[in-house]
Design a protein around this ligand. Structure first.
Ligand code: ASP
Length: 449
């Protein structure tokens, strides 16, 4: 049994919906279909979710929302017309979109989420209707009825694990169930969304809940590439990855799959396959729990920018008990998340994402380090990128770091920092952002020729 999730670009137009229909119809193991809201039809188009944000803003600012409502309804209408569906389904959708502007504004914590969720909810209704018209025994089902019950943190819902019992009952459904992605319902019946891009999470939850054999995640690329195609010319698609490798690559900026979607699928031991709606015969990338030994030590190379390093030095730092804790305490008090902490004997760097800092916070860090910890020197180094080579099999190979540093040296790239965790799933290099692309290309060439 398979759970198939389709992303926004796979559902942006009637032509795309035809492809989705053919994919679902061609394999009767595809019993659950999770859908996003309609995405962009072209680079300068607007995603329905983003149009809903605009609609919400105008509504809460007491502006006229007619244009927003019409734009969104027309997105669905174009698909209804082109697919030759009856106006009944469009009337339902139009009513649902328009009635968002009757919801109470005051003290309504979940209003924003309710607006956003309408993108997926109405798309699921449309798709189930379309499938039925084409002779597939399909049924729309609301997340509440499916049993996707979540915590009440707006925009960042977390599944209540008790939901899995309810979800398991869906296994017995005779019909193909079409479920809107991206949101669940709180115990009080409020709509609460996952974080942006969260339809992937719904797919993983349903796959784990119904104990699917495979979770197919359909997008618009042939799987996960071994490097970013905007940086490396035509990188290959990775046939198989482990969850840990995927997590490391996602951290390094690979954004094909929402990182929270890995958790339920991992716990439920369901392999994920990333496939292309526009090229469904391509095998795509399979994410598995454990991979048999591979010859290749490295599966992918990632690069991500906008990192900053707080560099601290103090003579005899290594002898001072609790020094590291005190540094981190200063960051914690300012609510700053840190990413890495490479150390020397008398120096220590804390690498954070640029967005975690502000001029005021920076000044506070410098003041406290100087005053409370009496450091000899502190500076904030900007414009840094993190490059990672990832592969669980690195631990069985000698000379991986040598190959990498040789390739970087040949390009005359200076390494600001190097770090490898004990698990040896990845090696991280910090470089100047101006060197990032050259570094990724050099590493790709070195490991994949
Ligand atoms: N439509 C939502 C978003 O744009 C969720 C998703 O597509 O997965 O973030």
């Amino acid at each position: 049994m398979k759970v198939a999730k389709f992303g926004g670009s796979s559902l942006a137009s009637a032509q795309q919906l035809e492809k989705v229909f053919n994919i679902v119809k061609s394999d009767n193991e595809r019993r659950f279909v999770i859908v996003s809201a309609p995405g962009k039809r072209s680079a300068d188009d607007t995603k329905v979710t983003d149009a809903l944000i605009k609609y919400y803003k105008n509504y809460t600012a007491n502006h006229d929302v007619t244009a927003d409502q019409n734009w969104i309804i027309n997105r669905y209408k174009a698909m209804v017309d082109e697919l030759g569906l009856s106006n009944k389904i469009l009337d339902d959708i139009a009513l649902a979109i328009a009635s968002l502007a009757t919801l109470p504004k005051e003290g309504n914590e979940f209003l924003y989420d309710t607006f956003l969720a309408a993108g997926e909810d109405n798309n699921a209704k449309l798709i189930a209707y379309f499938f039925r018209q084409r002779g597939l025994d399909a049924k729309y089902i609301h997340p509440e009825e499916a049993g996707i019950i979540v915590t009440g943190e707006p925009g960042n819902a977390q599944l209540l694990t008790s939901s899995y019992n309810a979800l398991q009952k869906l296994r017995d459904s005779e019909e193909i169930l079409v479920i809107p992605g991206f949101f669940g319902v709180t115990v009080d019946g409020q709509i609460c969304t996952f974080s942006r891009g969260g339809s992937d999470i719904t797919g993983a939850i349903v796959a784990a809940g119904v104990k699917a054999d495979i979770y197919e995640n359909f997008t618009d690329v042939d799987g996960i590439f071994a490097a970013h195609p905007g940086v490396v010319d035509q990188p290959h698609s990775i046939p198989e990855l482990t969850y840990r490798e995927m997590r490391e690559l996602a951290y390094g900026g690979f954004s094909v799959l929402h990182d929270e979607a890995l958790i339920p699928a991992y716990r439920g031991k369901v392999p994920i396959v990333i496939k292309n709606t526009n090229n469904p015969d391509h095998p795509g990338t399979t994410i598995v729990l454990e991979s048999p030994k591979k010859d290749q030590p490295v599966v992918g190379v990632s690069g991500d920018d906008k990192f900053v390093s707080i560099n601290i030095s103090k003579y005899m730092m290594n002898r001072e008990v609790g020094f590291g804790r005190k540094v981190l305490q200063i960051l914690e008090d300012l609510n700053i998340r840190f990413e890495h902490m490479p150390t020397g004997i008398d120096d220590l760097s804390v690498v954070v994402r640029e967005r975690e800092l502000s001029p005021i916070k920076e000044q506070e860090i410098i003041d406290q380090l100087t005053r409370k910890l009496e450091v000899d020197h502190v500076d904030i180094e900007r414009d840094l990128s993190i490059i990672m080579i990832v592969g669980e099999n690195m631990k069985n190979h000698v000379g991986v770091a040598a190959t990498a540093t040789f390739a970087l040296a040949k390009e005359e790239i200076n390494l600001v920092m190097i770090s490898q965790g004990a698990s040896e799933v990845s090696v991280m290099f910090v470089v100047k952002t101006s060197d990032e692309k050259a570094a990724v290309r050099a590493l790709y060439r070195a490991f994949f020729n």
